[in-house]
Design a protein around this ligand. Structure first.
Ligand code: UD1
Length: 423
């Protein structure tokens, strides 16, 4: 296995270009399954483990895929297998994204139930409810979701989501674009990932009204076409790099981003004392002499994202005073806290809130990654810790950050990747 060995105490400063977004890549790759015509060219797809895993799943279904220089080309003319097996689905919960498009195109899909998750329960009931509202019959047997349509096509319907879900909204959209008639999705997720998926589907020929709002109206199309598409920047990678500069007292400019999508996060960096300057495609952060304690509450977009919660906690370990970080999306997403405390932080958890008492000098230790964003918070802490921090189980980080140690080293960090035997 790989670990990251971080020699702390170096400022993160300089210019860097943001990678393409992982969480938009997955639904748009899934959406290509909606047609067997032609070949898609998807640009700015990040080269990371989740994309490799998802490509393996699609190849298993019959897709032909090539990937080089961040361009993924995919043709689904030979997709015939309608079953997504456990061995692939268990590696990545987002595999559930194949359910909607496969069902819409073939009238039948079998997807293994995704397993548990490192940060608490992550049900898929809303994905299944959405398919049923469009006329599918769902049964769960031998660990598989079996979804079928009785007529030729899904039927438009009204989907009312009781909670905002990015994944369920994406699946509902991908199913509805080929359904007969009109579908309304109420309380749809308005995350940039869903906006990008809507734009992608519209370019394929789908008719969608309300993009970027919580009410979407979809007029089912007879067929869709393959397209060329430029993916958007990764807003969570961008937030993580800004935090890396802020925690080490550095200055950073991140290029090829859309600052509009980062408003809630930038507001918090400003509250913490950082100077933020934006242009239409870049963000510059200059660190203050002392970081100020800053409370955040993670909620659906446009609020502060849950995927930045762990990194914010790491940052607040260096702020002068007490900060409260609440997660209203995933109430149990706090696996990073015992590890941050092992590095010298003082953080307590009360229900779904972390209370960080800063500033505390951190000192290097061996710590264990438990999930993707938790790993990012440990890397941030390692950058500012005295001595050497070893972050084990880096495969979590590799799922979602493209060349993270190379990027940080180019900005002044001292990180090496080494092999180790866990047991
Ligand atoms: C996506 C992101 C993930 C992010 C999350 C919230 C991807 C690949 N992953 O995950 O990084 O943390 O959005 O922004 O894009 N829920 C249900 N039933 C369901 C589905 C969800 O109750 O069927 C609940 C969840 O438990 C959670 C909330 O809805 O409390 C939001 O989850 P959701 O937006 O669906 O997360 P994902 O799409 O899985």
């Amino acid at each position: 296995m790989d670990k990251l060995v971080i020699r702390g105490g170096h400022r993160i400063s300089g210019n860097i270009t943001a990678s393409g977004s992982k969480n938009t890549s997955l639904p748009i790759i899934a959406a290509t399954l909606l047609t067997g015509d032609g070949t898609f060219s998807l640009h700015r797809i990040p080269d990371l483990q989740d994309i490799t895993t998802f490509s393996q799943l699609l190849r298993h279904l019959g897709s032909e895929i090539t990937f080089s220089d961040n361009t993924l080309q995919i043709s689904n003319r030979n997709v015939k297998n309608i079953q997504a097996p456990y061995e692939l689905v268990k590696k990545m919960r987002a595999s559930i994204y194949v359910l909607g498009p496969m069902l819409a195109r073939f009238g039948h899909a079998r997807v293994s139930l995704p397993g548990g998750c490192a940060f608490g329960p992550r049900p898929i009931d809303l994905h299944l409810m959405a398919m049923e509202k469009l006329g599918a019959t769902i049964s769960i047997e031998t660990g598989f979701i079996d979804a079928t349509i009785h007529g030729k096509k899904l039927q438009g319907g009204i989907i009312d989501f009781p909670v905002s879900s990015v994944g369920a909204t994406g699946n509902a959209l991908m199913a509805a674009v080929l359904a007969e008639g009109t579908t309304t999705i109420n309380n749809a997720a308005a995350e940039p990932e869903i906006v990008t998926l809507c734009k992608f589907l519209i370019k394929m020929g789908a008719k969608i009204k309300g993009t970027g709002t919580t009410e979407l109206e979809i007029e089912g199309a007879h067929s869709l076409k393959s397209i060329e598409f430029d993916n958007v920047f990764d807003r969570i990678e961008t937030g993580t790099l800004l935090a890396a500069a802020a925690i080490t007292g550095g200055s950073i400019t991140i290029n090829n981003v859309d600052p509009e999508q980062m408003k809630s996060v930038l507001k918090k960096f400003i509250h913490a004392g950082c100077i933020i300057e934006t242009s239409n495609n870049s963000i510059t952060l200059k660190s203050p002499e002392k970081l100020l304690p800053t409370d955040v509450t993670a909620k659906p977009y446009p609020a502060f994202p849950t995927d930045m919660q762990a990194q914010w906690i790491a940052l607040m370990t260096q702020a002068n005073g007490i900060s409260h970080i609440t997660d209203k999306v995933y109430h149990e997403r706090f696996n990073h806290i015992p590890e941050l405390n092992r590095l010298g932080a003082h953080i307590e958890i009360h229900k779904n809130q972390a209370i960080v008492d800063g500033p505390k000098p951190l000192s290097g230790a061996i710590v264990m990654s438990t999930d993707l964003r938790a790993s990012a918070s440990l890397v941030l802490a390692g950058l500012v810790a005295e001595g050497t921090t070893e972050v084990l189980r880096v495969y979590h980080l590799d799922r979602g950050y493209e060349k993270i140690e190379k990027k940080l080293n180019s900005l002044g960090a001292d990180i090496s990747r080494e092999k180790y035997n866990e047991f």
